[in-house]
Ligand binder design. Structure first.
Ligand code: ADP
Ligand code: MG
Length: 697
């Protein structure tokens, strides 16, 4: 249950004064549902106003506050000729106050002839005239002031000198948001400090209570840092709690005796990185505390064989192991591959996917229940309710980014006790973010590619050169070599067809039945059939959506063409590129870009040309994003954070990680004084998963 102290923050924005149904839509668009969201809706910038006694051309471009008398009113007729109200400063210099459209009537009431007013707005120059379009404040000036003109005390308070400018949406004004944020701030609670006191002091951070106000008052890096740290800390404590929960559980230690791994005959020598990682996993498996390890390795770094070694260690000890793939195609490919490698060994391997039905499925389920199957490969199907295992001791998840944390947790419920867990990913998450996304795991890196690979050439071409591209493709195919052609996921609106279908039709005109197509809307069976003909070289050119992004291995395919490459994420492009360069042939990745490219898009594509290193690409991609731009979603391999931006992650995440570790070591039940405060922090950031482990444990 959420602590009561947070209730005001989690109440709906509708509970704030004056939020009627008309604001529902805009607030929804801005994702401002609760009072808390309002507080974390930070300004983009601030308007700074300067108080001026007289008009001055050198103030053009500035927001000024000035006292004027109205000396003339010129009615407008339409948009071209708006209402102009001429104001005069104390020296007799003039400024035109311009009002378009329906603001005019209101303005005339506010600014009658000969009235004296304090106005503010951005001073502009129009020909020889000074003007202010739509002054943002107009208030009366009491001319009977005993102190005379220069008394600031009665003029300044009516207009704020600094005003936050918020991200807006149609139907809501900045003024309205300013007011709502003010109301939200007024009901914010005082909470015990959850940040470690010495850190707070060292960074000179203020309390949450003060910092959240500061964020809305004036740009304040210090306050932003503090609030970002809160989020990072909540994230890291959650990770540490999950980790601690796992560490407390018992599982089957897997000793292994090398009996099976010795029988393995591989056509290659393991790389140094593979040997090292296999050692790290072996060490984990021997413990009675469950392994929780992430294996990161660029495409083609040889993760599958590492997985196999772990599975064999498991079988040597008399247990079962499961290997989970994200797609049917990949599951089948792994199965075919491993079945072949394991043929000479006394190991029973089987496959189970959603497609297996009837007797075959029954037999597999039996084999898993009675232990005759040693290794099971499959999709999600292997962890459905109906599937029981005799003694599952380890699960390996391939290409993790298709699986969320909840699925990770689901896995842990299947074994006798908790199975050891190895998660493998080629998604090049920047080192800085790995901690945030997988902080609860130990990380192994395959940072070395097997020898003898010819590097892939990456070429970028505009789509206006389509004819040249087709001619090049023709040469490639007539030499008996294969190619991929990847299209983005969009539909061609008029025909309702996927872009890939339209492209395939066009390419079939050129290359006839050498062209095959796979896309997401096809039945799995049909997809597999096409993939099979591609592997068997009946099809030479495979047009596809990103369904082929992960894992698929066809060594004879040495050309990867990506259409509308600028619409893909860099991590995705890198994954796609990794589909080629698997044979001895020199491989090419051709990125087709649209004619008009933004500067960033340009930089991103040339980064693809320059680098073949997934980690470097991910890291640079992060740098290329503009400061104001939100970091991408978790799915695209980006940041899971809303408050903390990339700079915060770099500067503060490891501190948060250390602090979280220490805290959970000392007070894993979060029952001490700081523990209480931290619980509130976790609820504030809705890290319910973390709190849930406390309840069960
Ligand atoms: P990924 O890490 O992308 O899953 P794979 O495990 O599919 O990579 O390996 C890519 C290819 O490299 C496979 O054909 C595999 O047999 C081969 N391979 C793996 N390890 C080595 C090695 N040490 N030396 C040579 N080839 C290897
Ligand atoms: Mg793989």
């Amino acid at each position: 249950m959420r602590p009561d102290i947070l209730n005001p923050l989690f109440s709906e924005v509708q509970s704030l004064k004056g939020v009627g149904p008309r604001l529902n839509k805009p607030l929804e668009r801005l994702k401002l549902q609760r009072v808390k969201d309002m507080l974390y809706h930070f300004p983009n910038s601030f308007t700074h106003r300067n108080y001026r006694e007289t008009l001055d051309i050198s103030d053009v471009g500035q927001h000024i506050i000035i006292k004027i008398s109205v000396i003339n009113i010129r009615n407008g007729h339409n948009y071209r000729s708006p209402l102009r109200i001429i104001g005069e400063d104390k020296n007799g210099d003039t400024v035109s106050l311009i009002f378009f459209g329906k603001n005019a009537g209101w303005a005339k009431k506010q600014l009658p002839m000969e009235s004296q007013r304090i106005i503010s707005g951005k001073l502009e120059q129009y020909g020889d005239e000074l003007q202010i379009v739509h002054p943002d404040h107009i208030s009366e000036y009491k001319s009977d002031s005993p102190q005379g003109d220069s008394s600031e005390s009665q003029e300044k308070p009516s207009v704020p000198l600094v005003e936050p400018i918020y991200p807006l949406s149609e139907g809501i004004t900045n003024g309205r948001l300013v007011q709502l944020v003010k109301e939200a701030l007024a009901i914010r609670p005082q909470m015990e400090e959850w940040i470690e006191p010495s850190l707070l002091k060292k960074k000179e951070w203020k309390s949450w209570h003060e910092s959240i106000v500061d964020m809305h008052s004036e740009y304040n890096e210090n306050a932003h840092d503090r609030l970002a740290y809160d989020e990072l800390l909540a994230n890291q404590i959650t990770m540490q709690l999950v980790r601690a929960e796992m560490d407390n559980r018992k599982c089957l230690p897997i000793k292994g005796d090398d009996r099976l791994t010795k029988m393995l005959q591989l056509p290659f020598e393991m790389t140094g990185a593979q040997k090292r990682v296999i050692g790290e996993i072996k060490g984990d498996l021997e413990q009675s505390r469950p392994m929780l390890r992430l294996l990161q390795g660029d495409v083609g770094s040889g993760k599958t064989i590492v997985a196999l070694m772990a599975l064999l260690q498991c079988v040597e000890s008399g247990y079962q192991g499961a290997f989970l793939a994200p797609t049917e195609i990949l599951a089948r490919q792994h199965f075919a591959n491993l079945q072949q490698i394991l043929a000479p060994l006394p190991v029973n391997i089987a496959i189970l996917t959603g497609r297996d039905k009837g007797k075959v499925r029954e037999a597999t389920l039996m084999g898993l229940a009675d232990g005759t199957i040693d290794i099971i490969i499959g999709t999600h199907a292997i962890f459905q309710e109906a599937v029981t295992y005799k003694n599952l001791a380890m699960a390996i998840i391939d290409e993790q980014h298709k699986f969320g944390v909840s699925q990770r947790l689901m896995l842990t419920k299947k074994g006798r006790g908790v199975p050891h867990l190895l998660v493998m990913t080629a998604t090049p998450i920047p080192r800085t973010l790995a901690l945030a996304c997988y902080g609860e795991m130990d990380v192994s890196q395959l940072d070395e590619l097997p020898p003898g690979r010819t590097p892939i050439d990456t070429v970028v071409m505009p789509d206006s050169r389509m004819d040249d591209i087709i001619r090049g493709l023709e040469r490639h195919l007539s030499a008996g070599k294969q190619a991929f052609w990847v299209c983005p996921l969009i539909e061609q609106s008029s025909s309702g067809k996927a872009a890939a279908e339209v492209r395939a039709e066009m390419l079939q005109k050129h290359f006839g039945d050498k062209v095959g197509i796979v896309h997401g809307r096809m039945k799995n069976q049909d997809k597999d059939k096409v993939m099979e003909s591609f592997v068997n070289k009946e099809i030479l050119l495979l047009v596809a959506t990103t369904v082929i992004e992960v894992g698929v291995d066809v060594p004879n395919a040495s050309l990867m063409i990506v259409e509308a490459a600028d619409s893909f994420g860099l991590a995705q492009l890198h994954q796609l590129r990794g589909r080629v360069g698997r044979g001895s042939e020199k491989s090419i990745c051709l990125l087709i870009r649209s004619e008009e490219l933004s500067e960033t898009a340009h930089a991103r594509l040339s980064l693809m040309r320059k680098s073949n290193d997934g980690f470097e690409i991910a890291e640079e991609d992060l740098n290329l994003r503009g400061a104001g731009e939100m970091i991408g979603t978790r799915q695209s391999g980006g940041s899971p954070f809303q408050v903390a931006d990339d700079t915060h992650v770099r500067a503060l995440l490891s501190t948060a990680a250390d602090d979280a570790k220490l805290l959970v070591q000392r007070d894993g039940g979060l029952s001490g004084t700081r523990g209480d405060a931290v619980r509130i922090l976790l609820y504030l950031f809705e890290r319910d998963a973390g709190v849930a482990t406390l309840r069960s444990g």
